[in-house]
Design a protein around this ligand. Structure first.
Ligand SMILES: Nc1ncnc2c1ncn2[C@@H]1O[C@H](COP(=O)(O)OP(=O)(O)OP(=O)(O)O)[C@@H](O)[C@H]1O
Length: 597
C-alpha cells in the first residue's frame, strides 16, 4: 500500500506541476462537496423543527440554505467529473504513456522479451496510462468520500451517539469488496498467458505475413478453434472469480442494510418516546441515506482503487525491472572506434531463457582485428546466437567476451552498437519511406540523401530504387497505402540499411543474401569482401559472415564451423578442406550442387 501511496503522490505532484489551476480547482470542488452534505442535512432538520415550532422565518432561511447547498453540490459534481477527465487525458496520454513506452523500449538486451513474467506485465501495462492516472484520482476521491462519511457520522452522533456503531457496519462492504477485487486480480494474472495465446492465434490468422501459410495449410479453422479454446480458459477462470467475489460483496451489503434499518428504527423510537424531535428523525433519515450513498461511493471507489493495483503492480514492477536492468547492464567504458587487437570469446556459454539446451556451449575463439570471419554450420547450431551475443543483446551465462581486452559487459551498449552494423536473417520490414528504411541504419544521418544513396549502391539496390514510383521517397507497406516489396527487395533494403555506418568496427552479415538470386548474391559478396578489406584497414574492423553457402565464405581469413553450440572446426578454407572433416564434406556437397568445383 505504501508503494501505491508513493506512486499516487508522484502522479498528484506531476498533475500539480503541469496543471496547477485545474488540479487545485478539483481539490476545492471535492472539499466543498464534503461540507455541503452536512450543511444540507442540518438545514433540513432546522426546516422541520421550525415548521413544528411555527417559526416561518427560520423555516424559510433554513430552507433556502438547504436548497442552495443541494444545488451547489449537484453543480460541483458535474464540474468535478469534467476536470478529472481533462486531467486524466492530459497526464495519462501526454506524460505517462510516452514514459511507459520509453521504459519498455529502453531495456538494452533482448532476453526480457522472451521472459513470460516480463511479457505478462507488458500485456497489462501497454495502454494503461489512462487507467493509472484515473486510478490516482479515484484514490483521491476515496479520501474525500471517507471524509464525507466521517462528517456524516459526526452529525449522526449528535442525534444519538449509539448510531456511531454504524461505522463498524459501514466497514463491512468495504472490506468484503477488497476481498472480491483480490480474487478478480488473481484470476487476471492467472489467465494472462492464455490471453496472450488467443491474441497470438488471432494475429496468426489475420496478419498478412503469416496468413498465406495458414491459408495454404488450411489451418484457419484450427487457429479459430484454438483461439476459442484459449478464450474459454480465460473466461472460465475469470467468471468463476467474479461470481465468488459477487457473493462476498452481497454478504457485506446485507450486513450494512440490517444495521442501517436498526439505526433508523432506534431514532424513530426515540422521537415517539419524546427523547428526540421530529427534526432529528428527518436529520437521521437524510444523513443515513447520504451515509448509504457515501458508503456505496466509498466501496465503489475503494474497489476501483484496489483494482488500480492491477495496473499499478505491473507498472511499478516494470519500472523497477527497467531501473535494475539498466544499472546491472550499464557499461561505463566508451566503445573503441578502432580495433587494435580484436575480440576474444573465452569459454562463453549461453542458454536462452525458458530453454534448457545451451545455444552456445563453452565457445572460445579469437577474432583478430581486421579479419573476415565466416561462421558456417547446420541449422540451429548457434551461429546467430554468437552474433547476438557480440551485439550485447544477451549476456553470456558464463565466460567473457573481451573487446580489445575490455569486457563487453563494461562497454556502454549504445556506444558499442553505434560502432557496429548488422543485418539479421529476420530483418525488419519497416513501413516508412524507402529512404528512411535505409537511413535508420544510422539514425543521425537518416536525412542524408548522399549517404543513403551510397548505402543503396553497396547493396546493389539502385535498380530497385529506380523502379519505385517515388524513388527514395516511396512509402513502403500496403497498410499505409504504400508499395509492398518482394522478399529479396526487402533484403536489399536491409542490406543497404546495414551499410549506412561508414566506419563500423564490427560488421555482421547473418545470411545476408538468403532471399537473393545467385547472380545478385555473388555480386554482393564480392562487393562486401572489398568493403570488409577497406574497413579492416581503416578501423581494424572485424567482418563476420554467417552463411549456408560455403562457396561464398571460402575467401574468409578464418572459418568457424559450428555444431550444437560448439565450434567443431576452425581454420582457413584450405586448412579445413585439407583436414577432411565436416567442412570439407559440406563444401564438397555444395561444390557439386552449385557446380563450382
Ligand atoms: N529466442 C530464442 N529462444 C529460445 N531458443 C532459441 C532462440 N533463438 C534461438 N534459439 C535456439 O538456440 C539454438 C541456436 O539457434 P541459432 O539461431 O543461433 O542457430 P543458427 O545456427 O543461427 O540457425 P539457422 O542457421 O537456422 O539460422 C537453436 O536450438 C534454437 O532453437
Amino acid at each position: 500500500m505504501k508503494r501505491y501511496l508513493r506512486f499516487w503522490l508522484e502522479l498528484l505532484w506531476l498533475s500539480w506541476k503541469r496543471y496547477p489551476g485545474q488540479t487545485s480547482a478539483l481539490i476545492v470542488c471535492k472539499l466543498l462537496s464534503v461540507v455541503l452534505v452536512a450543511i444540507t442535512a442540518l438545514a433540513l432538520r432546522d426546516v422541520v423543527n421550525a415548521v413544528i415550532d411555527h417559526d416561518p422565518r427560520t423555516a424559510v432561511v433554513a430552507g433556502l440554505v438547504a436548497a442552495l447547498a443541494y444545488c451547489a453540490m449537484a453543480h460541483l459534481e458535474g464540474l468535478d467529473t469534467v476536470i478529472i477527465f481533462v486531467l486524466v487525458e492530459r497526464i495519462g496520454l501526454l506524460e505517462l504513456q510516452p514514459q511507459i513506452d520509453h521504459d519498455i523500449a529502453a531495456i538494452e538486451g533482448l532476453d526480457h522479451l522472451e521472459r513470460a513474467e516480463f511479457l505478462d506485465r507488458v500485456t497489462v501495462v501497454r495502454g494503461a496510462a489512462w487507467g493509472l492516472v484515473f486510478g490516482m484520482w479515484v484514490a483521491v476521491d476515496s479520501v474525500f468520500n471517507m471524509s464525507r462519511l466521517a462528517v456524516l457520522l459526526v452529525v449522526l452522533g449528535a442525534v444519538n451517539p449509539w448510531l456511531l456503531v454504524l461505522l463498524l457496519f459501514a466497514a463491512a462492504p468495504l472490506w468484503f469488496e477488497q476481498r472480491a477485487q483480490r480474487m478478480v486480480n488473481a484470476a487476471e494474472t492467472e489467465t494472462a498467458e492464455s490471453f496472450r495465446l488467443q491474441r497470438h492465434l488471432f494475429n496468426l490468422a489475420t496478419e498478412a505475413a503469416t496468413s498465406k501459410e495458414i491459408r495454404t495449410a488450411g489451418a484457419g479453422p484450427e487457429c479459430a478453434r484454438r483461439q476459442a479454446e484459449a478464450w474459454q480458459d480465460v473466461a472460465k477462470v475469470q467468471l468463476r472469480a467474479r461470481i465468488r467475489g459477487a457473493r462476498w460483496q452481497l454478504a457485506g451489503w446485507l450486513l450494512f442494510t440490517a444495521a442501517f434499518g436498526a439505526g433508523l428504527a432506534a431514532v424513530a423510537n426515540g422521537a415517539v418516546s419524546g427523547a428526540g424531535t421530529v427534526g432529528d428523525v428527518v436529520l437521521a433519515i437524510t444523513v443515513l441515506i447520504n451515509l448509504r450513498l457515501a458508503v456505496q461511493m466509498t466501496v465503489h471507489r475503494t474497489a476501483e482503487t484496489a483494482g488500480a493495483g492491477r495496473l499499478i503492480d505491473p507498472y511499478l514492477w516494470l519500472r523497477d525491472y527497467v531501473a535494475a536492468e539498466s544499472a546491472r547492464r550499464k557499461g561505463s567504458q566508451p566503445a573503441p572506434d578502432t580495433l587494435r587487437d580484436g575480440i576474444e570469446l573465452d569459454h562463453v556459454s549461453f542458454t536462452y531463457p525458458g530453454t534448457t539446451r545451451p545455444a552456445l556451449d563453452d565457445v572460445s575463439v579469437r577474432l583478430a582485428a581486421g579479419s573476415v570471419v565466416a561462421v558456417v554450420g547446420e541449422y540451429g547450431s548457434g551461429k546467430t546466437t554468437l552474433v547476438k551475443l557480440l551485439m550485447k543483446f544477451y549476456q553470456p551465462d558464463s565466460g567473457t567476451i573481451l573487446v580489445d581486452g575490455i569486457d563487453l559487459q563494461d562497454l556502454d551498449a549504445n556506444g558499442w552498437r553505434s560502432h557496429a552494423s548488422v543485418i539479421f536473417q529476420d530483418f525488419g520490414r519497416f513501413q516508412t519511406t524507402f529512404g528512411e528504411t535505409v537511413g535508420l541504419g544510422d539514425l543521425e544521418h537518416i536525412d542524408d540523401v548522399e549517404r543513403i544513396e551510397q548505402a543503396v549502391r553497396w547493396a546493389d539496390a539502385q535498380d530497385l530504387v529506380r523502379r519505385l514510383p517515388d524513388g527514395l521517397d516511396t512509402q513502403l507497406g500496403r497498410s499505409l497505402g504504400g508499395v509492398d516489396l518482394s522478399e529479396g527487395q526487402w533484403q536489399k533494403a536491409a542490406l543497404a540499411r546495414a551499410s549506412m555506418r561508414r566506419r563500423p568496427v564490427l560488421f555482421a552479415l547473418d545470411e545476408p543474401t538468403a532471399s537473393l538470386d545467385p547472380p545478385s548474391e555473388h555480386a554482393i559478396f564480392k562487393r562486401y569482401m572489398t568493403r570488409a578489406r577497406s574497413l579492416a584497414e581503416e578501423a581494424g574492423a572485424i567482418v563476420i559472415v554467417v552463411s549456408h553457402r560455403f562457396s561464398s565464405v571460402a575467401g574468409a581469413d578464418q572459418i568457424l564451423v559450428m555444431d550444437k553450440g560448439r565450434i567443431s572446426e576452425r581454420g582457413t578454407h584450405d586448412e579445413l578442406v585439407a583436414a577432411g572433416g565436416r567442412y570439407a564434406e559440406m563444401y564438397g556437397i555444395h561444390a557439386r550442387a552449385y557446380a563450382i568445383a
